[in-house]
Write a protein that binds this ligand. Structure first.
Ligand SMILES: NC(=O)c1ccc[n+]([C@@H]2O[C@H](COP(=O)([O-])OP(=O)(O)OC[C@H]3O[C@@H](n4cnc5c(N)ncnc54)[C@H](OP(=O)(O)O)[C@@H]3O)[C@@H](O)[C@H]2O)c1
Length: 300
């Protein structure tokens, strides 16, 4: 699908847009572009100092309300629940949710919830946050849910190795999580059919960000090298035009369950069109989400 509407005419002014991972790379650039166009930007960060600094940077661009900042470590299901509670205390509706935060890990790490960290941050966090904010999105006239995925998503899904239990490497775990983002979006859009909310995913395309800067040892060499090849990676300001398009273009009113790259709809790997795979992942994610939620409520 081609964008017929010039970016300058995309209407986002006055809408409340929540962006996770809004303190770096693509999320930060998206926050700045949307703030420039008059959106009320709600930034989710995890490091207080970094997040406060970035909020000031976004505020400098804001044409409308000043950006609002919330802190949460999205690898923790309890923190996601606390974040959602605080958001409910502050907002009566959210127009657009952008599940953008993600990370890669050189070695298999497990969160205090007992989840592999790539799976927890990149897939189960958007799954949980979306569930917890659905009522606020329903309160908007036409809520939009965007989830950042990648063209480098996996073409297969081994349910017995969903969290790298049997075999782990950082690239495999990342590609799997980006496949989960697409499958989640497809199943979510089916479950929201008939509602006012749409759900789409996107890739910014290869972009020069901090993704992978936390890695060490041999895996760190890959992002280090890629980031030093001029012309291979776009700058976040350019790459963010895709999520801004998916968030705000009137061309996409009512459009749901699609994947976008370079502001056009794009095809994804064959497995993403298998509804039974998406439904199975949804059910497994739901079980994990509910078991962590009930464990959290027992300890509070
Ligand atoms: N860069 C690319 O080439 C590329 C290509 C395709 C898709 N993508 C996707 O684009 C999205 C944005 O990535 P990026 O490239 O902009 O990477 P980035 O610069 O590393 O930004 C990632 C963001 O996620 C946040 N984050 C990571 N772990 C978190 C946690 N546990 N709790 C809360 N926040 C957390 C980071 O917070 P801090 O600021 O505190 O570190 C940061 O703001 C990701 O979904 C990625 O998969 C990127």
């Amino acid at each position: 699908m081609l964008s017929a509407v010039p970016e300058s005419e995309m209407s986002i002014s006055g809408k409340t847009v929540l962006i996770t991972g809004a303190t770096s790379g693509l999320g930060l650039a998206t926050a700045m572009l949307l703030a420039e166009r008059g959106a009320e930007v709600v930034m989710v960060g995890r490091d207080r100092t970094r997040a406060n600094f970035m909020r000031t940077e976004v505020a400098k661009c804001a044409a409308g309300n000043a950006p609002i900042l919330f802190l949460a470590d999205l690898s923790s299901q309890a923190e996601i629940h606390r974040l959602a509670e605080r958001l409910h205390g502050c907002f009566s509706r959210i127009d657009i949710l952008i599940n953008n935060a993600a990370a890669v890990f050189a070695e298999r790490e497990v969160t205090p919830d007992g989840l592999e960290k790539t799976f927890a941050v990149n897939h189960l966090a958007p799954f949980a946050l979306t569930h917890l904010l659905l009522d606020l999105l329903r309160a908007a006239p036409a809520g939009r849910i965007l989830t950042a995925s990648s063209e480098f998503h996996s073409g297969e899904l081994d349910f017995s190795n969903l969290q790298g239990e049997r075999q782990y490497n950082w690239w495999g775990a990342y590609k799997r999580s980006k496949l989960c983002n697409i499958l989640f979006t497809c199943e979510l859009s089916r479950r929201l059919a008939g509602s006012t909310i749409t759900a789409n995913c996107f890739s910014p395309g290869p972009t020069l960000t901090r993704l992978g800067d936390n890695m060490w040892g041999p895996p760190a060499a890959v992002p280090w090298l890629l980031k030093r090849i001029p012309t291979l990676l776009a700058f976040p300001e350019g790459a963010a035009r895709t999520p801004v398009y998916v968030a705000s273009s009137p061309d996409l009113d009512g459009v749901t369950g699609r994947f976008f790259m370079r502001r056009r709809e794009a095809r994804t790997k064959q497995i993403t069109y298998d509804n039974s795979v998406a439904a199975r992942l949804w059910n497994m994610s739901q079980t994990l989400y509910e078991s962590r939620a009930s464990a959290g409520s027992r300890t509070e």
